[in-house]
Design a binder for this molecule. Structure first.
Ligand SMILES: [Mg+2]
Ligand SMILES: [Zn+2]
Length: 197
């Protein structure tokens, strides 16, 4: 079983765009793909875990989320990096679209998407990390038995300034590349062969 790093998408890997509803608004942070590549080399599976209640809110369709992840994946691959899985939750308890109106356990802070990924990809949650710009990202990680890291990009500074922390992260990092450096120093990586790309 491999350890994983679960990445929140918006505000962590991609610049926060409110609700990402057009491909033209899909913009990586400049360090994001380098971070993914470093985690690949460090022996971590890398998995995107994203709440997409915009689907339930009828702001865009599920097919758009899937398309956005294809585009994202093409860019990551063409830069020699690898994302092992993409999981999104389209639900919301008050969604306008009835089939998405659900108190699910995949919506972060629930651990459902992480558990599903762990089952699909044979991941060791106890050696894994969850990184995001909201406390719900950190909570989902901890609820799944992983360790959580808050980043200051996206909504991260606002999250950090909240009077109460619902859960303790192992670290608050400036951004995904800083979080990655911390994990590679402290997260007991298991090396995988390098050099074939
Ligand atoms: Mg986010
Ligand atoms: Zn859900």
């Amino acid at each position: 079983m491999r350890p994983a790093v679960f990445l929140d998408r918006d505000g962590t890997v991609l610049e926060e765009a409110g609700y990402l509803d057009r491909l033209e608004r899909l913009a990586f942070f400049p360090f994001a793909i380098d971070a993914v590549r470093l985690l690949n080399r460090g022996g971590f599976a890398v998995v995107i875990i994203t709440n997409q209640s915009g689907v339930g809110r009828a702001m865009y369709e599920e097919a758009f989320v899937i398309r956005a992840h294809q585009v994202l994946d093409e860019r990551v691959r063409s830069a020699g990096a690898r994302i092992d899985g993409y999981y999104y939750c389209p639900h919301h308890p008050e969604a306008e679209v009835e089939k998405y109106r659900l108190d699910c356990d995949c919506r972060k802070p629930g651990p459902g998407m992480l558990r599903q990924a762990a089952a699909d990809l044979d991941l060791d949650l106890s050696r894994s990390f969850a990184i995001g710009d909201k406390w719900t990202d950190v909570q989902a990680g901890v609820a799944a038995g992983a360790r959580g890291i808050l980043v200051r990009t996206g909504y991260g500074r606002t999250s950090e300034a909240a009077p109460q922390r619902p859960v303790e992260p192992v670290i608050v990092a400036d951004d995904l590349i800083a979080a990655t450096a911390w994990i590679l120093r402290n997260g007991q990586p298991s090396p995988e062969p390098r050099g074939e790309r």
